[in-house]
Design a protein around this ligand. Structure first.
Ligand SMILES: C[S@@+](CC[C@H](N)C(=O)[O-])C[C@H]1O[C@@H](n2cnc3c(N)ncnc32)[C@H](O)[C@@H]1O
Length: 218
């Protein structure tokens, strides 16, 4: 039964990407977001590289999911290592990569805690880091910082400590002060804080606190 039929039967609003994210049903999430465009943070980071006349870099797309950001990177002629620990993630990505760009993409099924980062021009972590278990976060973050070359960038999101999901086990949320501490050693180019409540008609409205970040390594 498809999601629409299920929701009609239950009388509940249909499940959206955030409902799948909450319960970590990643296949549901991939299908809910399939075809959406690249994240603003990635676009901003790529535009900044291009303003510096830097093209054709190498990026790690951490927890790339169905691959919306990897596709943008490839489209701009970057080489990409896309990682995710979900076995199905990359089938959504590979199916959409034009033949001539396939040699620029490597995919690796790996958990955050086992990540090995090559030296790179950018680590892109869109809506990824909050899903790292807290006990592995510090090591993961240190590896991210170490892998980005001086002048390279980090792009991605942190979820705040006032976000509803901060109370879920296995999630990593940070206060603004903590995010700024993590970004010591970077020049912050974007730090957009989004804090809002969902409208009540959603299936499971929540409070969001998200930091959208682009930062250049000193
Ligand atoms: C909210 S999705 C974000 C996907 C994509 N980056 C985007 O912007 O839509 C979170 C991703 O984290 C991945 N993920 C969750 N836990 C993980 C873990 N422990 N190690 C690696 N990836 C994980 C999921 O498979 C999913 O693709």
């Amino acid at each position: 039964m498809c999601e629409q039929d299920k929701s009609k039967k239950s009388g509940l609003p249909p499940m959206g990407a955030q409902d799948f994210s909450e319960i970590e049903d990643w296949t549901g999430y991939f299908n809910a977001v399939l075809g959406k465009g690249a994240r603003d943070t990635l676009i901003a980071a790529l535009d900044s590289f291009e303003h510096e006349e830097f093209y054709n870099g190498f990026a790690v797309d951490l927890a790339a999911g169905e691959g919306r950001d990897s596709l943008e990177l490839l489209g701009r002629n970057w080489r990409v290592l896309a990682t995710d620990n979900h076995p199905e993630a990359f089938s959504y990505l590979w199916a959409r990569v034009p033949e001539k760009l396939k040699p620029q993409l490597t995919t690796k099924e790996v958990n955050f805690c086992d990540m090995k980062f090559p030296e790179c021009d950018m680590v892109n972590a869109s809506f990824a880091l909050p899903f790292c278990e807290p006990q592995h976060f510090e090591v993961l973050w240190n590896k991210i910082v170490a892998s980005i070359r001086p002048g390279g960038r980090f792009a991605g999101q942190f979820f705040g400590d006032r976000d509803t999901w901060a109370s879920l086990p296995n999630r990593s949320h940070h206060s603004r002060k903590e995010v700024l501490k993590l970004l010591e050693g970077f020049s912050i180019e974007m730090m957009r804080e989004e804090e809002r409540d969902d409208p009540p008609e959603l299936r499971k409205p929540k409070h969001w606190q998200i930091f959208h970040v682009v930062a250049k390594k000193n």
